[in-house]
Design a protein around this ligand. Structure first.
Ligand SMILES: O=c1ccn([C@@H]2O[C@H](COP(=O)(O)O)[C@@H](O)[C@H]2O)c(=O)[nH]1
Length: 231
């Protein structure tokens, strides 16, 4: 089932049973689901297929980052799984992203969205400095997003803090997938470039990735409903 909801719930659980229990409390009309490294490393493609069988579109968030041949092969296998979105790291460079885009050509119209991570939402300027990037996150995000667009990506993963600038420079069709979403009353946890759900949409985000504010709530379905009502 396809939905118009912008919410993607991050199923960061160690076991498939936890993810499937949460999925049973949610409605595919209200959100998509994200399978990341923890859940996939334990449960693999089976849990993706189980979530899809429940009617959810799945974002496979494995952030592939390797040489072009290896990354493109991984993207192709993700496409064969029938996921709705798959991603790579923009830092893998132009040739890596182009190889991923080219490998999806064989799927014609029936392919996943392909997005590229710019600067993780857990990073701030000091973190970038420590790894030799002496510019503000906003500037680095803009640089990588432009490269991603030129390399044929459907969009990028960034903070909603950068969404307004990217929307203006890269147009309405370019997907802006924004984690680091925190309702006013939620802890930031390890996230640094955080934005509220309503502000993220106002800034031009296409999709809001939300994990702990929903999955660690006493009543996750209610937490999702409150967020949807706030939009
Ligand atoms: O820059 C990024 C890229 C991916 N993520 C992922 O999104 C969720 C966020 O979870 P919260 O619990 O809402 O913090 C998580 O799965 C990350 O791996 C991100 O946070 N930032």
């Amino acid at each position: 089932m396809t939905t118009t909801s912008p919410i993607i719930v991050a199923l960061d659980y160690p076991h498939a049973a936890d993810a499937l229990t949460l999925a049973d409390q949610l409605n595919p009309q209200d959100c998509r689901l994200k399978v990341g490294k923890e859940l996939f490393t334990r449960s693999g493609p089976v849990v993706v297929e189980q979530l899809q069988a429940k009617g959810f579109e799945v974002f496979l968030d494995l952030k592939f980052h390797d040489i072009p041949n290896t990354t493109a092969a991984a993207v192709r296998v993700a496409a064969e799984l029938g996921v709705w979105m798959v991603n790579v790291h923009a830092g893998g460079g132009r040739r890596m992203m182009e190889a991923c885009r080219e490998t999806l050509a064989r799927f014609n119209g029936n392919r996943p969205l392909l997005t590229a991570v710019t600067v993780l939402t857990s990073l701030e300027q000091e973190d970038l400095q420590e790894v030799g990037i002496d510019i503000e996150p906003m500037v680095q995000v803009q640089r990588l997003a432009r490269l991603a667009a030129e390399s044929g990506m459907d969009g990028v993963v960034c903070s909603a803090r950068e969404a307004r600038a990217l929307r203006a420079s890269l147009g309405e069709e370019f997907k802006l997938v924004t984690p680091g979403i925190r309702p006013d009353d939620s802890a930031a946890d390890d996230q640094r470039r955080v934005v509220t759900p309503a502000q993220a949409l106002e800034n031009g985000s296409s999709y809001l990735v939300i994990g702990r504010p929903i999955t660690r709530a006493e009543a996750p379905a209610q937490a999702l409903a409150q967020i949807l009502a706030s939009l």
